[in-house]
Write a new protein. Sequence first.
Length: 255
Amino acid sequence: MPGIAPFITFLFILVILLSNWLKVLKEYERGVVFRLGRVLPSSKGPGLIFLFWPIDKLIKVSLRTIVMDVPPQDIITKDNVSVKVNAVIYYRVIEPTKAILEVQDFQYATSQLSQTTLRSVLGEVELDELLSARDKLNLKLQTIIDQHSDPWGVKVSMVEIKHVDLPQEMQRAMAKQAEAERERRAKVIHAEGEYEASVKLFMAAEKMSGNPTTLHLRYLQTLMDISADNSSTIVFPLPIDILSAFTSNQNAKKE
């Protein structure tokens, strides 16, 4: 049938044109359209969009948050300690047109910017601050990277320092320092306990000295505690008052 071949050819061309004219963008995607080399004022999508192919060219940009690992960087801190530090960065494209026009590859550019900023910022702090003030350093890194990537239409939402790799000799020195600090605290706590006990004993001695009967009761209680042991020999002092009572009786008899 001579009329079928032109019809099939027409359908084939129509399918090709429709596949190039109609594009579907997902909810998290936007399309930057170039028409004869000039970008259209606003990005397209999401949903079904129409292109005048072949004069239009579409570049898809994802608006989802991108998680990027910053490889370990060799850093010399302010107090001349060599460490390796890596981090993770969370960012997303908020202006697709700028992300395509202002930089050749915004992902590669953000990665390089993160590495240089990490070395620059952490090289200005001492090791103790690097280990103890991560929240402040994370905020400072996030602010600097976000400020420099803003012209690219990229928003950096979070920067987190993941791991600080210390030299072996520094790890041993820090372990000794931590052990010495624990010993110091133990000695301080022991000394405070001894001081409080001495204050309590002093207060008890003052109260007991005002009442001799209390002293005798305490003496008897001490004897009972000693007698509970299995020791074979018990040596205990006699109160002076008892001896004085005996001597007074003998003197009375002599008279």
